[in-house]
Ligand binder design. Structure first.
Ligand code: HEC
Ligand code: HEC
Ligand code: HEC
Ligand code: HEC
Ligand code: HEC
Length: 340
């Protein structure tokens, strides 16, 4: 028995030595990765971007931990610490993993291909084939397609909204990755950014909509148009809200208190009385400025100079709902001063 074991150990040692010394080539299987940290050595810039992204914090994000009761709600693990999308299959709902959950939506979640029939690691889905690279990238067009994002980002119809928009087809066609993975230049050449900017980035919020004011029949009106969001504004999480406020501007520069005019949001399932007011892609919405929210009360006439502003919130609630303070509780996206 001991002799047999000895031979086995020797055989394994010989195989290991061969595997390590052999020239890198197609005969060698892809490296098996057990953590996204291992990608850092060879893909340092992309790793640094990903580390700053929401994807990297999907397991540690305090907002998620609070709402999922520290993931005691197991349903929340699926997309926040997922198994590789290519393993569960594009088009299917992703499944939760048990290991290295702190890495959240990591390199392996999006790139790892299923194991080969002989059990060797499947390599990484990429834009090219490279038989000599340790991670064995294989060209898989599905990687950059919206169906890949949909496994996690369509539970609130972001991908469906995009499919129904002018961005889906024709001359102006733009995919999720065209807008959310811009090409950036780094020391080792250009690559697709892995920062995934979204509602957390002011320049993205600003380019999502056009915000204009006008005098019509002696009263102020604002027009908000979704000209740059590839989907509804806001989209995805139901907690996101965009609000329009206005206030008076006195000649001496003093400003009145902010007054609420309009909210764009998709309510939580439990909020049965709240309407869906998301600004759909390509939608143009005209709003008369009135004394009370949502077009109620008297119109504000053009002899009153006003400021109108668009704010974005990641959580829908105000500390004091009767007196919301957008400047401290929300992000200012656009502002206009309207004077006769
Ligand atoms: C395996 C699941 C999964 C896949 C696949 C995935 N995402 Fe995400 N994504 C998430 C999660 C979870 C978050 C939020 C993490 C957090 O904030 O805690 C997120 C966050 C984002 C954000 C930031 C949103 C914000 O509030 O600013 C953007 C943008 C984004 N994803 C775009 C994409 C795009 C584009 C794709 C496809 C190329 C994609 N994601 C693929 C799960 C996924
Ligand atoms: C089907 C995939 C999926 C499941 C399941 C899921 N999430 Fe998410 N979650 C996402 C995506 C994608 C985002 C990013 C969307 C965005 O930023 O608008 C996100 C973002 C969030 C955010 C916002 C984080 C922030 O910084 O504002 C919270 C909070 C959250 N999820 C909590 C939960 C909770 C609680 C559960 C379980 C009840 C859950 N999620 C289950 C996909 C999922
Ligand atoms: C949310 C999914 C997602 C995550 C997480 C992710 N990637 Fe990617 N990655 C993509 C997509 C999609 C593309 C292809 C974009 C395109 O071509 O439009 C890509 C492209 C790449 C490329 C080719 C880049 C280029 O433009 O030359 C490399 C290399 C890469 N990823 C490595 C990584 C590494 C390393 C990590 C972890 C640090 C990582 N990715 C995390 C989705 C992801
Ligand atoms: C030992 C170095 C090394 C490690 C570790 C490594 N890679 Fe790579 N990777 C490469 C090389 C080399 C290429 C080929 C670049 C080329 O041909 O332009 C590559 C290419 C890729 C591509 C295709 C790039 C494209 O332009 O489409 C992806 C995706 C990728 N790697 C992802 C990963 C991920 C994810 C990890 C970690 C799980 C990882 N790699 C670990 C060296 C490495
Ligand atoms: C034409 C460019 C464009 C396209 C195409 C696009 N997006 Fe966006 N996306 C934006 C802009 C701009 C924002 C910031 C405004 C916002 O938050 O709605 C954004 C925000 C987001 C957010 C954060 C939502 C929030 O309000 O916090 C997520 C998640 C997201 N996009 C996912 C996707 C996915 C998935 C796709 C593909 C189906 C996609 N996007 C296609 C431009 C685009």
């Amino acid at each position: 028995m001991r002799a047999l074991l000895g031979i086995l150990v020797l055989a394994i040692a010989a195989w290991l030595a061969l595997a390590l010394l052999a020239p890198k080539g197609s005969s060698e299987p892809a490296q098996a990765f057990s953590s996204s940290r291992e990608c850092q050595t060879c893909h340092a810039e992309i790793f640094a971007e990903w580390e700053e992204s929401q994807h990297a914090m999907s397991w540690t994000n305090p907002a998620v931990r609070l709402l999922s009761n520290d993931f005691a709600n197991q349903d929340c693990i699926d997309c926040h610490a997922p198994q590789p999308v290519f393993v569960t299959g594009i088009g299917n709902r992703v499944k939760p993993r048990t290991l290295r959950r702190a890495e959240g939506v990591d390199c392996i979640s999006c790139h790892q291909l299923p194991a080969n029939a002989d059990g060797t690691p499947g390599g990484m889905a990429g834009g090219l084939n490279n038989e000599r690279a340790a991670c064995r990238p294989t060209e898989r067009r599905e990687l950059a397609r919206p169906d890949h994002c949909a496994g996690c980002h369509n539970q609130h119809e972001t991908v469906d909204q995009w499919r129904e928009s002018s961005w889906f087809d024709g001359l102006g066609k733009q995919d999720c990755s065209d807008c959310h993975m811009p090409i950036v230049e780094g020391p080792s050449g250009s690559h697709r950014s892995h920062l995934f900017p979204g509602g957390d980035t002011l320049s993205m919020l600003q380019r999502a909509v056009t915000f204009e004011g006008a005098a019509v029949d002696g009263a102020w009106q604002v027009t908000i148009s979704n000209t740059g969001g590839g989907h509804a504004f806001p989209t995805d999480e139901r907690s996101r809200a965009a609000d329009i406020f206005w206030r008076t501007l006195a000649d001496d520069g003093t400003r009145g208190p902010w007054r609420h005019l309009h909210r764009m949001r998709s309510p939580y399932r439990t909020e049965v009385d709240v309407e869906v007011t998301l600004l759909q892609a390509d939608e143009v919405r005209v709003l008369p400025v009135t004394a009370e929210p949502e077009g109620l009360g008297d119109p504000i006439t053009t002899d009153v100079p006003i400021e109108v502003a668009l704010f974005y919130k990641r959580s829908p609630y105000w500390i004091d709902p009767a007196n919301p303070d957008p400047e401290t509780e929300a992000t200012l996206v656009h502002s206009l001063e309207l004077r006769q």
